[in-house]
Design a protein around this ligand. Structure first.
Ligand code: HEC
Ligand code: HEC
Ligand code: HEC
Length: 239
């Protein structure tokens, strides 16, 4: 899948260029997918992104459309209606088809990349225990964002893919003659409208720091700042 490949290239680039040497075709040496059930913080009650997500159709693309139909294990459908088909997935919430594992629905990791290393950073930053990341977030929010990205977190429009729209177009399409489309619907994506519906940014410490950055800091931290203009739109909701 395009997403996981770009995610892996990004990750291995970060770890070291040498890791490419050990990459065998079809063998993913990157972080494992951990599923939403691994996202204890974001999926807990009252968390904005988790609550937003549960309202969205993305959280039901397999349950509602494929489950119990002849297509529930069809790889052709799973590439858009499920997450990480055929990828390295941690034991637990996964299902299997043709001996390959997948996570049902369009989960967080379909867009944000495999979460194993990211989870480690959040739970035990530098091996310093469960509060270490929270302390870093208070002390140095920009560094906190950087270490999340270095651990493989993907946010389209900031690291990779370059624009949010590009990421959406992996599964959506804007014209009737697009190459990859869903065989079950003719609906086209209206990006502006879809972005508004799916936007789940909210204001946190990092956003507040970014707002007040000096030009010198903007340069220094350019790798972790939004490049896609759409991400400079006002946030929907405060924390
Ligand atoms: C290229 C990605 C892609 C593939 C491949 C794909 N789908 Fe979809 N599917 C979508 C998207 C995106 C939507 C929602 C479109 C929208 O609302 O704009 C959708 C919508 C649907 C719907 C709802 C249609 C409705 O009535 O609104 C069903 C049912 C469905 N897909 C089943 C399938 C099945 C079965 C397969 C495999 C044979 C499949 N899809 C393959 C992306 C895909
Ligand atoms: C369909 C792709 C997609 C899915 C699924 C998805 N995200 Fe996102 N996420 C994005 C994009 C793109 C952005 C940046 C703009 C936006 O909000 O749409 C983002 C932004 C975020 C942000 C805010 C980062 C910031 O700059 O403030 C958080 C936190 C987040 N996502 C967490 C999650 C969690 C947790 C889930 C699952 C419950 C999830 N996302 C599911 C694509 C996705
Ligand atoms: C991994 C594949 C995948 C990616 C990537 C993806 N989507 Fe989707 N999206 C789907 C599928 C499948 C559906 C169909 C849900 C259904 O009808 O069951 C859908 C449905 C939607 C809907 C609901 C349409 C409606 O009826 O209201 C919105 C909005 C949406 N996507 C926005 C986005 C945005 C914005 C992005 C990019 C940030 C994105 N999607 C990226 C697979 C994806």
């Amino acid at each position: 899948m395009l997403r996981s490949k770009t995610g892996m290239i990004f990750l291995s680039g970060v770890i070291s260029v040498c890791s490419f040497v050990f990459l065998l075709p079809g063998l993913s040496m990157g972080a494992k997918y951990i599923s939403n059930s691994g996202c204890k913080c974001h999926m807990s009650k009252g968390c904005y992104e988790g609550d937003e997500y549960k309202e969205r159709l993305h959280s039901n693309t397999w349950e509602k459309r494929l489950k119990g139909t002849p297509d529930e294990g069809n790889p052709e459908c799973l590439k858009c209606h499920a997450t990480a088909y055929g990828e390295n997935i941690k034991k637990g919430a996964e299902k299997a088809s043709d001996g390959k594992k997948f996570l049902p629905n369009v989960q967080c990791e379909a867009c944000h990349g495999a979460g194993e290393d990211y989870e480690k950073v959040k739970k035990n930053y530098e091996g310093k225990g469960k509060d270490a990341f929270k302390e870093l977030l208070k002390k140095d929010p920009l560094m906190a964002r950087k270490v999340q990205f270095d651990a493989g977190l993907i946010i389209a429009g900031i690291n990779t893919p370059d624009t949010v729209k590009e990421q959406c177009l992996v599964c959506h399409w804007e014209s009737a003659d697009a190459k990859e489309k869903c065989p079950k619907t003719d609906k086209l994506m209206d990006f502006e409208d879809y972005f508004k519906k799916d936007d789940h940014r909210d204001e946190d410490e990092i956003d507040n720091v970014i707002k007040k950055m000096s030009d010198a800091d903007k340069k220094k931290w350019s790798a972790i700042l939004p490049k896609d203009k759409i991400l400079y739109r006002p946030l929907k909701k405060k924390h």
